[in-house]
Design a binder for this molecule. Structure first.
Ligand SMILES: Cc1cc2nc3c(=O)[nH]c(=O)nc-3n(C[C@H](O)[C@H](O)[C@H](O)COP(=O)(O)OP(=O)(O)OC[C@H]3O[C@@H](n4cnc5c(N)ncnc54)[C@H](O)[C@@H]3O)c2cc1C
Length: 415
């Protein structure tokens, strides 16, 4: 079977691998010059490894990703880096039952309440039934009012902004249920994993067209699909839902009407370490970024020319003014806040910087979302769609992209 795949992120790559394994003729169209989608990396000439535009790790229970990476010869390695929170200007560990017990910014009773609520969530094997409630209404009951106000509300508000009132509790459950303290990464970065998957596909006769944006897909009169005027028997589209509509025409797939957030990062290469942990959730008010990720407190800095790598990250609605700023403007906005994290910070520590943004990176799941997800196998003959709007209740992730790609491939293999 001759199959076209639009999108060379981890969904498209995983589908490509399963489809070439089953003996199909596969062509992947990718508009970027490299594969990897939101996990795409870049490499400074002084580094041995690529770095993701957007911070990435896998969890110890991300089975599909671990299996796939092992299959293509790049099994992940795991470490247990620290997740901290900035509260009252102090970086405090908050990533385990013990660290919660020691977190004296909320009362002991509130800590016990939150610990019990989170433990209960961990014990629920499938939390989709929680999707009828919104996080805003129900989470204070689970984690206690004080804990919600001081910890979760600032975090969720920073992430979802104006969309927070619609976010459902099943999404939150999935975040808690899935999280492991051990986090995994790949030698060479996620780009190395995407490159290994590319090699695998090509070695089995698949074709990968990089830097090739698909401008149009059309049903062919004689059956099958035309992609950029090339004819295929079957088609898999893995782009975000709004871009599927652009390619096919609105209404061909009945996507739920949901909001999406952009992701934006400012990446700094520093002479010195900024903080103690790998991950720093900002609970203090008025910070212009929601998270700081010191990648080199997770992955050895020897792979990055012995420099410290720090991400300052945000999810933003499309009309946010930070999306119109240049990297230098973001830097001016952000720098004063780095001294709030580490008073010794000096802008002379900054050796290089990069900024990235991308649309449609975080779908916002409203209540009862499971009933609105369209099937992967569409009503249009030979057309399958798979993207992160269909990964639910999980919070996206390369593991689920790989699972979805494999599921999409099974529909294509079975006609
Ligand atoms: C800030 C941030 C942090 C994240 N952290 C993690 C993490 O720690 N761990 C984790 O596992 N996941 C993480 N993710 C999520 C993960 O990156 C995604 O879930 C996953 O990469 C999605 O893969 P995908 O293939 O479904 O979609 P995408 O990666 O979006 O791939 C779609 C591809 O289609 C291409 N494309 C679009 N339009 C066209 C067109 N017209 N023609 C040709 N090609 C086209 C795009 O260039 C892209 O390569 C994070 C995401 C973000 C934004």
């Amino acid at each position: 079977m001759k199959i076209a795949i639009v999108g060379g992120g981890f969904t498209g790559l995983a589908a490509g691998i399963d489809l070439v394994d089953a003996g199909n003729e596969v062509t992947i169209f990718e508009s970027e010059k490299k594969l990897g989608g939101l996990g795409i990396g870049f490499r400074d000439p002084d580094w041995d490894w690529s770095l993701e535009r957007y911070y990435h790790h896998i969890f110890a229970n991300d089975r599909a990703a671990i299996k796939m990476a092992t299959k293509v010869g790049l099994p992940p390695f795991f470490t247990v880096p620290r997740t901290n929170s900035l509260i009252g200007g102090i970086e405090k560990q908050l990533d385990s039952p013990l660290s919660l017990l020691a977190f004296s910014d909320i009362s002991l009773l509130s800590r016990l309440h939150m610990g019990a609520g989170l433990l209960l969530m961990k014990l629920i094997p499938n939390g989709v039934f929680l999707e009828g409630s919104s996080v805003v209404d129900a989470l204070p009951l689970w984690v206690g009012k004080e804990g919600y106000e001081k910890i979760w509300k600032p975090l969720l508000t920073a992430k979802f902004g104006p969309y927070l009132p619609v976010v459902n509790l099943a999404w939150f459950w999935a975040r808690v249920y899935k999280r492991t303290q051990a986090l995994g990464y790949f030698e060479g970065g996620y780009q190395a994993l995407a490159d290994k998957m590319e090699e695998y596909i090509k070695s089995r006769g698949g074709e990968i067209k990089l830097g090739t944006k698909v401008a149009a897909v059309k049903q062919d009169r004689g059956g099958g699909w035309r992609v950029n005027d090339e004819k295929f028997g079957h088609l898999l589209i893995t782009t975000p839902a709004p871009l599927v509509d652009k390619l096919l025409g609105t209404g061909k797939v009945s996507w739920p009407k949901i909001n999406y957030l952009w992701a934006q990062t400012l990446i700094l290469e520093l002479e010195q370490s900024l903080m103690n942990g790998y991950w720093l959730n900002i609970l203090d008010k008025d910070f212009p970024f929601m998270v700081v990720v010191e990648h080199t407190n997770f992955v050895d800095k020897k792979h990055y020319g012995d420099k410290t790598i720090v991400y300052l990250g945000n999810y933003l609605p499309g009309d946010d003014k930070r999306l119109k700023m240049t990297g230098d403007q973001l830097m001016s906005l952000y720098l004063p806040f780095l001294t709030k994290i580490n008073p010794a910070f000096n802008k002379k520590w900054i050796k290089k910087s990069w900024s990235f943004d991308a649309p449609f990176t975080q779908p916002v799941f409203p209540t009862n979302y499971s009933k609105q997800i369209p099937p992967m196998k569409t009503d249009l003959p030979g057309l399958v769609v798979a993207n992160m709007s269909m990964v639910y209740p999980w919070d996206r992730g390369t593991n689920y992209a790989i699972e979805s790609g494999q599921k999409a491939a099974s529909f294509l293999k079975n006609g």
